[in-house]
Design a protein around this ligand. Structure first.
Ligand code: 4AD
Ligand code: MG
Length: 462
């Protein structure tokens, strides 16, 4: 079988020849002696038109009656149809039925709501929207690997089961091998979590960063790219319990280098996807988010702004806008603040830097003012935060003080502290939320619609 993508891309080679394709019927219509099937074989966003004629096809009647989503094997001549909607079509001479679909197949021609499609996650990849989203997801993952590999970064796998809490926020899914009918208790009568993992405490990772730091202090430039988990009960359009994160970590590099890398990466991804998925991007531009392509093109051609947190707070206060959650120095930026800043004030992506230390993680480098840390979040219109990163605290004593100050258990971080004892170096890194990047690229408004099988609170079907 040849793919439909190949027939579209290299049509000159095939026109006038007999070709064989295999796929699923997307639409079908017929009159007495003629019929048309739109066939999709998964290789390409577009369908191939199959022309059926009573004269050439033995089983003409049977094929024209097939319900949508039946799978068939088609043999026929590829003919040029310049000027028509499609540049080519196949005039079938032989069609074999593989799997007849039941007429109850739910994806009929009318448009369905995204909410409904979520309830049929086993079939939604066959719809136009999800065919486009999941192909772009695959290409984006490839673009990320290509970006880093071309720059000689070492790809390092970080563990999913871990004893540490990278963010120190306690938002971890616990993992247990304990006998739940006979839960081990501490002397005070509490559940003894130290017995979780065959007798050790363990949870699912919230971030691969600490492991990436280990690798960066040996390889200099590394990245991890894998699933991460957050046990926060957030029911929003941009939070998932399981999501993928891209986390580069670079040694002998400060926050400026970090932001430069993030900006280059975002632009590279956008360019790559626009070049390699033009049909899908056109679909998003027409049916999901009008003006998407123009906006992304502007992003690629502009310089991302850098704005200290303190100035961001001043701008938000001066705007006079009434926020649900009032803005004041020291508060964590809420999605409404992030969006107002990027959509109304900056009108584009912005790196907000130097956040108050009290709202950020323990590992961020303390600034000389003693109040802020070398953090940066990349905020974009329509979503808010897509990247969180920082320059890491490389000074042993300062880091130890922070760990103690935050009431974290010093022994849990012995190896992390040792990195600062054996040839410490300035180093930085960030985490890109892969699904948020996909929302930005496609204009899809809900994180549940950019991952094939979303995991959000109470949702683990499929
Ligand atoms: O800002 P976060 O929590 O940063 C970290 O985890 C750092 N350790 C990363 C690093 O420096 N290596 O998360 C990073 C990004 C966020 O900006 C967001 O895009 C995404 O991960 N993210 C989520 N995406 C979907 N659902 C959630 N619940 C998310 N939480 C964070
Ligand atoms: Mg963050």
């Amino acid at each position: 079988f040849v793919t439909i993508k190949e027939l579209y891309r290299n049509k000159e080679e095939y026109i006038g020849k007999t070709v064989k394709v295999a796929g699923w019927i997307r639409t079908s219509r017929a009159s007495k002696n003629f019929g048309f099937v739109e066939l999709n074989d998964g290789s390409f966003f577009k369908n191939m038109q199959i022309v059926l004629s009573d004269e050439k096809l033995e089983n003409f009647k049977e094929i024209t009656k097939l319900p949508i989503s039946s799978s068939i094997l088609v043999e026929g001549e590829l003919v040029s149809t310049e000027g028509a909607k499609q540049p080519v079509e196949i005039q079938a001479t032989n069609i074999i039925l593989e799997g007849e679909s039941d007429s109850s197949y739910p994806l009929q021609k009318k448009r369905h709501t995204l909410e409904y499609l979520r309830t049929i996650a086993h079939l939604r990849p066959r719809s136009n929207t999800f065919s486009a989203v999941f192909r772009v997801r695959s290409l984006t993952a490839y673009a990320i690997h290509k970006f880093f590999q071309d720059r000689n970064f070492v790809y390092s796998h970080s563990p999913i089961i871990t004893g540490s809490d990278c963010e120190g926020a306690g938002e971890m899914f616990r993992l247990t091998t304990m006998d739940l009918n006979n839960i081990p208790k501490t002397e005070e009568g509490h559940v003894d979590y130290s017995k979780d993992f065959f007798g050790k405490e363990a949870n699912l990772t919230v971030s691969g960063q600490l492991n990436a730091e280990i690798m960066a202090l040996a390889f200099r430039n590394v990245y991890t790219f894998g699933p991460t988990f957050r046990a926060e009960n957030s029911n929003t359009v941009k939070h998932a319990s399981e999501f993928w994160m891209v986390e580069p970590e670079i040694a002998f590099a400060d926050l400026e280098d970090n932001m430069e890398l993030a900006e280059d990466m975002i632009k590279y991804i956008i360019n790559y996807v626009m070049e390699n998925a033009p049909e899908e991007m056109e679909f998003f531009n027409n049916f999901v988010d009008k003006g998407l392509i123009e906006r992304l093109t502007n992003v690629v051609n502009s310089e991302f702004k850098r704005l200290p947190y303190t100035e961001a707070i001043e701008l938000l206060q001066k705007s006079g806008h009434k926020f649900e959650f009032p803005v004041e120095w020291g508060c964590d930026l809420q999605t409404e603040h992030e969006r107002y800043l990027t959509e109304e004030i900056i009108k584009g992506p912005v790196f907000v830097t130097d956040y108050p230390k009290d709202i950020k993680a323990f590992y961020m480098r303390l600034n000389p003012d003693g109040k802020t840390v070398r953090a940066t979040d990349l905020l974009v219109p329509g979503i808010g935060e897509i990247i969180g990163g920082s320059q890491r605290e490389e000074r042993y004593d300062v880091l130890l003080d922070r760990i103690k100050e935050l009431g974290l258990n010093e022994e849990d971080y012995w190896w992390y502290l040792e990195l600062r004892k054996f040839g410490t170096a300035t180093h930085s890194g960030f985490g890109l939320g892969f699904e948020r990047m996909l929302m930005y690229l496609t204009g899809m408004q809900n994180i549940r619609d950019v991952i094939p099988f979303p995991r959000t609170p109470k949702n683990a079907e499929f």
